[in-house]
Design a protein around this ligand. Structure first.
Ligand code: BEZ
Length: 211
């Protein structure tokens, strides 16, 4: 059975480009993004890690630590990091796990044998401060992920964990959010003093409450 939303993220201790790391210690009481890529020294992966490096300050501002993983060895990760920095004009500061014996890949179901028996697919997990899995995305090797979307989902997850709201399709920070149907109209007026806009009885909007 593969990991599902709401499951506890499996803990592990592994070698990385930043030394030995235990997942739970590394995350502390913050958020985490754990993502796999198929292989080092490949072009799409190079752009993905570069994009993540360019966003690492944005993730840090949101109390979120990043960890990349592939089944390549440490010396390859170190050599490849230089190429990523050079070609993507960035400075990779997050650790890359050397998962040669597939500890993390197996724990998180990152190898899909009908896609590749050896390489990890493009899996990405967002882990909450409670160590529960909040998001899983899976992409094939041929398609690089959109890391601005990962940041957008993280913003939504953090907002919706603090307030009784959800975020509509294509929502961006600063746009109106949807009030939970568990909140009565009367309570909504108190909880959301910026205003309540009712489109349907089941569809009520309010300005983003934490801005
Ligand atoms: C890439 O990162 O470019 C890549 C890796 C594995 C298969 C296909 C593309």
């Amino acid at each position: 059975m593969s990991l599902q939303l709401g499951d506890t993220a499996p803990d592990f201790t592994v070698e990385t480009t930043a030394g030995k790391i235990n997942l739970y210690d590394y995350l502390g009481d913050g958020w985490g993004i754990l993502f796999s890529h198929p292989a080092d020294f490949t072009p799409v992966c190079t752009t993905e890690l570069g994009k993540t490096a360019l966003l690492q300050k944005e993730f840090a501002k949101r109390n979120t630590k990043v960890l990349a993983v592939s089944v390549d060895p440490l010396d390859k990760h170190i050599g490849w990091t230089k190429d990523i920095n050079e070609t993507q004009n960035c400075n990779v500061e997050f650790p890359i796990i050397a998962d040669e014996n597939k500890t993390v890949a197996n724990l998180y179901g990152m190898i899909h044998p009908n896609a590749s028996t050896t390489a990890t697919v493009r899996s990405l997990f967002i882990i909450g401060p409670d160590k529960k899995i909040k998001l899983i995305i899976l992409y094939p090797a041929s398609t690089g992920r959109n890391f601005n979307e990962v940041l957008r989902v993280l913003e939504s997850l953090q907002l919706t964990s603090d307030y009784s709201v959800s975020t509509p399709a294509d929502w961006q920070v600063g746009e109106d959010v949807i009030i939970s149907n568990a909140i009565s109209n009367e309570d909504a007026k108190t909880k959301f003093p910026k205003g309540v806009r009712e489109v349907k009885s089941y569809m009520r909007y309010t300005p983003q409450p934490n801005l």
